[in-house]
Design a protein around this ligand. Sequence first.
Ligand code: NAP
Length: 259
Amino acid sequence: MDLGIKGKRALVCASSKGLGLGCARALAEAGVDLVMNARGADALDTAAAQIRQDYGVSVTAVAADITTEAGRAAVLEAAGSVDILVTNAGGPPPGMWQDWDRDDFIRALDANMLTPIALMKALLPGMMERGWGRVVNITSQSVKAPIATLGLSNSARAGLTGYVAGTARQLAGKGVTINNLLPGIHDTDRAKALDGAAAKAQGVTPAEARTAREASIPAGRYGTAEEFGAACAFLCSTRAGFIIGQNLLLDGGAVNLTL
Ligand code: NAP
């Protein structure tokens, strides 16, 4: 299927590895020029070079912390006007409800709610002016079904989801769509870190923790960044213009819901 976005320009945040990289690669495969971002310059430059080589698109790499005001300013300056925005950042650390104080919540809200909102506020006016735009926010399955050890994520991502639900409908008439992708467990460094934490808490090996988590997923496996990226590229395509303010679960069936 031709996604109809060849020659468009996308900012994909937190994209040197994992799900962000999956999105960047799928957009590049569709012919989209990229601005990529992560904190660590080495992995970012390697990922950008590989994408240029594989897909022949232009890639600008900006090493910066997207959750800080200075980092966002650097990324936005390099990006200029973009047609597509994919927001992403690292997830908050695990713990239990009684562990977190105000500062922990502020950090989580900054990273996983207020950063994507700030990026949308900066880039949506240009998209509206040009009459076309796509925003995809990477959130989590925890928006649909809370994960006990990820209360900071449950809270911050629910806030972003509420903002998107209201905002997406105000922009729909301008040719701009905003949707959220909700990853279940995908085979990335983040999943490995969570397996490690679960193993420690349960007194098992990381491999045993992974096997137990795989058994809890009807598909019987973790998702891949490639599968995730393909869904992102479709939501960013010209084909998806009637999909507004939705929350698409990519979880191998793990969240037991009818709707
Ligand atoms: P990952 O494999 O750990 O990759 C994270 C990427 O984001 C890396 O490129 C990292 O590079 C970059 N990054 C992290 N913090 C950043 C920051 N402050 N500024 C700029 N770049 C930053 O993680 P992932 O699995 O792809 O997860 C992506 C998001 O999806 C996270 O919010 C995670 O909580 C959520 N999620 C993941 C899963 C899963 O199973 N994988 C499930 C549900 C939700 P640097 O470290 O160099 O900055």
